[in-house]
Design a protein. Structure first.
Lengths: 568, 287
């Protein structure tokens, strides 16, 4: 077997076995050796045991989406092979201890490698992971010097003895790979590119955290809930470096109200949550709408209803986020499709919220947050940091009526005026009113802001031929999977339209949809929620739906098959 | 400072004639004036209900938010700009019912805010249902056989949680209420002032006369630093004690925040360190 373009590796084992460490070291050293890498995980909602798997794609071209295909499977536990059985083909090679895979994988398809025995020789079972790292790195011709240096830096907090044992373990792994390659069972010869070495390798969570910092975020309130917690943990880790006040609230209601209180006092606040927590924030979202408070909410979607599948992925909260909150008020919904989007849209969310005095929700999901791939870099200066509050004068009126609907936002303690906000309908000063003519004017003022926001909506991205007949439409985290699947079709009449802002929609949307003879929606949910939103906003119906709601992201191969069957 | 600085001029006040809220409003304005707290430096947060309308009736920065949600808002305002004086003023339904969870955790967090609760033991704005502090047997159009639930005792809860300042006042005594409010506002840390406030429309049981008859000030010999004694007095129901039950000086939420360790300026004056951010991004190259 020869691999000259791409290799797909799956690591599978129990929670707590350290698969993430293998993923981390492997992807970094592969990237540092000049390969494009992508990795993502699926795991159970438990601390120990169960079966979790991690996919690592290594390629000579940019990769950023999952595939079902497994070239090399490394099982770490007795249930591992069975866990990914449906993805194993006749071409899959299992690398691991014989006792971990059934007879049918013996011979050509399974290579017995005595990891435990080797680990014992080094110093204990704990070194199994590093042996696996060495093996895979060796097979993929990772620069040995890079591997050594990276291991040293990765384990730098440990004592010298432990570091040395890990180095020994990695060497045993690379020796094993040398033997396998010598035996000639397979050839792996992917072109390396020196330019990749300087790229960064980052996941969705960390890119969002960086984006939040770039956007001036200095207040974070949250209540732990998978998969949104990772962002809060990441920002807490960096809170000292960047002066971020991080508070774990008693519940999501409090987290949301704290965020709005912080914005009122001039901070830039973020609340991070998932479906059930967002449900509790809905009342506060409406408050932000009424008092025209900026607010940024990270809604990390997961399969519902109720507790659903806590550690899995879904795009099931779009219409919920669209309609969340009693009453009518403008809002913005962003849906990052790439890791770059995770950075830039989070940064932009703070600017939009501050500028238009509206709540902005960023819709991600477990898959996007925990996907890693290499990218050239991220530039925080692309969106300049501007503050949109004003110093108040004595006669300041928080809700002064004007043509645009945007009243200058003052904050208490900055200027001579008083800043009065009220969840009741209010007059220009902010005090309660039941003047129904004023009520009408205040509703119109709030809604006028949506027209301003629309003018600045992010346009959808068209991938593929401009003179398409079939338009495949998607939003958020499916970007790379759809893009790669459509590319694989190699058809000059099929294009892909991706939305990274799902509300309000850019005015080009109608034109793109109108031009298509056939429209296919791809969504990671059961009810084609974006298709409904598109129909509501543009009047255009989708002709076909490709939906998936099993808790897993679309894989490129499965999506390609489904697109072919839909397109005929 | 002249209390007139807090006057709103001719405004329409939505309270019933004779409501205990008027006395509380007067006491608070006088307390603020005597403490020389300018309206521009003051933020008052409230929830929903007749009591929550109070800050509309004196000059201040005002955040009249959602029912029961005022404490998280007040906490965040104070934490974002510790230079502001923050008062959270709302009713018993807001603080002890809808906002009960926030009440517990605000006490644990100990932000430097003053929490003034208008406790009239009834829901006024929704027309006379029982509140968490209504007495057992109190009959309403909903609780037709009389309230069965054990009344919520905010003082006992607050003292048990180690609140840094716990007091009870009676709106019928403006001068003493003012004195207690002044001490609460000056206190560093979370300060609860539960104010017994007669509702002249919906509470015919706990009237001015009833409160006069059934309250008594803590003796001068009461030691507010004695937690068990404070708790014992807070449990008393024969006559409801008034005054400062408990004092527990301790670091405030803001004081413990890492963001103020090296710098004291409010969050709105700060910019992100883009150079550090670039270093962070750059570090993702690996080694």
């Amino acid at each position: 077997m020869t691999f000259d373009q791409e290799v797909s590796i799956v690591l599978c084992g129990e929670a707590g076995q350290g698969i993430q460490t293998v993923e981390h070291i492997l992807t970094q050293t592969l990237k540092l050796s000049g390969y494009h890498v992508f990795s993502c995980q699926e795991y159970m909602s438990r601390i120990r045991g169960g079966q979790n798997s991690t996919l690592v794609r290594v390629s000579s071209r940019r990769v950023a989406a999952p595939v079902d295909r497994i070239d090399f499977l490394v099982p770490f536990g007795p249930g591992s092979v069975r866990h990914v059985e449906k993805r194993i083909s006749s071409e899959t090679v299992v690398l691991g201890e014989r006792k971990l895979f059934a007879d049918e994988y013996q011979g050509e398809r399974g290579i017995d490698l005595p990891f435990s025995e080797m680990a014992q020789e080094v110093g204990g079972r704990i070194y199994t992971n590093t042996i696996a790292v060495g093996l895979l790195a060796g097979l993929l011709k990772v620069d040995r010097d890079v591997l050594g240096r990276y291991l040293r830096s990765h384990f730098s907090g440990k004592d010298e003895g432990t570091i040395q044992k890990n180095m020994d373990a990695a060497r045993k792994g690379t020796e094993l790979s040398d033997r396998l390659l010598r035996e000639g069972r397979f050839q792996i010869d992917l072109p390396q590119d020196n330019k990749i070495k300087d790229e960064i390798l980052v996941d969705g969570v960390e890119a969002m955290a960086m984006g939040a910092v770039a956007g001036g975020c200095n207040f974070l309130s949250f209540y732990p809930m998978s998969p949104s917690t990772a962002l809060a943990v990441m920002l807490a880790e960096r809170s000292k470096d960047f002066g971020i006040l991080v508070e774990q609230a008693e519940d999501e209601i409090s987290a949301m109200n704290m965020g709005i209180g912080a914005w009122y006092a001039g901070a830039r606040a973020l609340a991070s949550t998932s479906g059930g927590g967002f449900a509790l924030m809905v009342e506060g979202l409406s408050l932000a709408g009424m008092i025209e408070s900026p607010m940024v909410v990270h809604l990390a979607q997961r399969p519902g209803p109720a507790t659903g599948l806590p550690t899995r992925t879904e795009q099931g909260e779009l219409l919920f986020a669209l309609y969340a909150g009693h009453g009518e008020f403008p809002r913005i919904l962003l849906s990052p499709g790439t890791i770059e989007d995770c950075f830039f849209l989070t940064q932009k969310a703070f600017d939009l919220a501050d500028r238009y005095q509206v709540p902005v929700s960023i819709l991600t999901d477990q898959y996007l947050l925990e996907s890693h791939y290499n990218l050239p870099s991220l530039d925080p200066t692309q969106i300049p940091l501007r503050r949109h509050f004003v110093e108040t004068k004595e006669d300041y009126k928080r809700f002064a009526l004007n043509e645009s609907g945007l009243s200058p936002r003052g904050i208490p303690g900055f200027g001579d005026g008083l800043v009065v906000v009220d969840s009741d309908e209010h007059d220009e000063e902010g005090h309660i009113t039941e003047d129904l003519l004023l009520r009408t004017r205040m509703v119109e003022k709030r809604l006028r802001k949506l027209e301003l926001i629309k003018k600045e909506s992010i346009p959808p991205e068209l991938v593929g031929p401009a003179n398409y007949e079939t338009l495949v439409v998607g939003w958020g985290s499916t970007y790379h999977a759809v893009k790669e699947a459509v590319r694989r079709l190699e058809r000059d009449d099929v294009a892909f339209l991706h939305f990274r802002q799902v509300y309000p929609l850019h005015s080009d949307t109608r034109r793109y949809l109108e031009k298509a003879k056939r429209r296919v929606i791809v969504e990671n949910n059961g009810t084609a929620q974006f298709a409904k939103l598109l129909r509501l906003e543009t009047g255009f119906e989708m002709d076909r739906e490709i939906l998936q709601y099993n808790g897993l992201p679309f894989s490129v191969d499965a999506l390609e098959r489904r697109l072919r069957s839909v397109l005929g | 400072m002249d209390p007139l600085r807090f006057d709103m001029g001719k405004i329409d006040i939505a309270w019933c004639p004779g409501c205990g809220n008027y006395a509380m409003l007067r006491a608070l304005k006088e307390a603020l004036a005597e403490l020389e707290i300018a309206p521009e430096r003051l933020v008052v947060v409230s929830g929903i209900g007749q009591a929550a309308k109070a800050p509309h009736y004196y000059r201040c920065n005002l955040f009249n938010g959602l029912h029961g949600r005022s404490l998280p808002v007040a906490t965040a305002i104070k934490a974002s700009n510790p230079g502001l004086v923050v008062i959270d003023e709302s009713g018993d339904g807001c603080m002890y019912g809808e906002g009960g969870n926030h009440f517990i955790h605000a006490i644990r967090r100990n932000p430097d805010i003053t929490n003034i609760v208008h406790n009239n033991m009834v829901y006024g704005l929704t027309k006379g249902q029982a509140s968490p502090t209504s007495f057992q047997g109190f009959r309403t159009l909903v609780q037709r056989e009389g309230v069965f639930h054990t009344p919520f005792n905010p003082l006992v809860v607050a003292i048990s949680l180690g609140a840094s300042f716990v007091a009870r006042a009676f709106a019928g005594d403006v001068s003493q209420t003012k004195e207690i409010m002044k001490k609460a506002i000056s206190h560093r840390g979370y300060a609860l002032v539960d104010v017994l406030q007669p509702c002249v429309t919906y509470n015919r049981l706990n009237t001015y006369a009833w409160f006069k008859e059934n309250t008594t000030y803590l003796e001068a010999s009461h030691d507010p630093y004695d937690r068990m004694e404070a708790l014992r007095r807070a449990f008393e129901t024969e006559k409801l004690p008034l005054g400062i039950f408990y004092l527990n000086p301790k670091p405030t939420f803001e004081e413990t925040l890492q963001v103020y360790r090296e710098r004291k300026d409010p969050l709105f004056k700060r910019d992100p360190d883009l150079q550090k951010l670039s270093q962070w991004i750059h570090s993702k190259r690996g080694i």
